[in-house]
Design a protein around this ligand. Structure first.
Ligand SMILES: *Cc1c(COP(=O)(O)O)cnc(C)c1O
Length: 221
């Protein structure tokens, strides 16, 4: 049991509460996703014991290997997929995750459109926007987002709940958060998955409803 982890969780909780006060937002308008990728169940257990119930993983196989017993032992635990999803892993992902933050291309949207009704599960979907237009990064380009969101709904029958972004590491995140919020607003999407350990307070200022925080809780990977 790591005292460091609990310090991290408590500190992040305090900073979220402060950011919500500063932005005149209700604390419950922001969901903390504790990003547990690469950490073993031993490191996750104290965070579950402290009451945290929403976790993020970036790989389907890793999540499948470590989460099912933890979910059984801790009622109400929700898992969010925050990393890229291959179309051939959609069935597995839909069986395990409660939210997918990386809907970013027609082939994946089509596969989800088939797998979701078959699974009978309600899964929250976020379209990932590549706000920095970085060639190596996943996500739809900002200028393609409106058409993609409409196609998700009209062509593949998906309900998109919000947008996700990962700002370029070497740039100020605020303009990327603002752009993501603007695209969400004009598409009538209520949720914004944005903000990581280094910038979640800024993301909350710009309207984040879901912050994805890993190292500030669990330590360095
Ligand atoms: C790893 C990861 C995070 C968490 O990053 P930290 O800097 O450790 O908080 C958030 N979002 C995504 C998409 C990630 O892959």
């Amino acid at each position: 049991m790591s005292v460091g982890t609990l310090h991290g969780l408590a500190a992040v909780e305090q900073q979220i509460a402060q950011a919500c006060r500063d932005a005149r937002r209700a604390r419950d308008s922001v969901t903390l996703i504790a990003v547990s990728k690469t950490f073993e169940p031993d490191a996750i257990a104290p965070v579950l014991a402290a009451g945290q119930r929403v976790f993020g993983e970036n790989r389907v196989q890793e999540a499948k290997a470590k989460w099912p017993p933890l979910i059984t032992e801790h009622a109400g635990t929700k898992l969010h997929l925050i990393g890229p999803l291959q179309s051939n892993k959609v069935k597995e992902a839909v069986a395990l995750f409660d939210a997918i933050h990386s809907v970013d291309r027609p082939s994946l949207a089509e596969a989800l459109g088939k797998a979701l009704p078959a699974s009978g599960r309600a899964i929250e979907l976020f379209v990932q926007v590549n706000t920095g237009e970085e060639p190596q990064k996943a996500g739809v380009a900002p200028q393609e987002a409106d058409a993609f969101i409409a196609a998700c709904r009209d062509q593949w029958g998906l309900t998109i709940s919000g947008l996700m972004c990962i700002p370029p590491v070497d740039e100020a995140p605020a303009p990327h958060f603002a752009l993501t919020a603007k695209i969400a607003k004009r598409n009538g999407l209520a949720n914004l998955s944005m903000g990581m350990s280094a910038d979640f307070a800024t993301a909350i200022e710009f309207g984040a409803t879901h912050v994805r925080v890993g190292s500030a809780i669990f330590g360095h990977r």
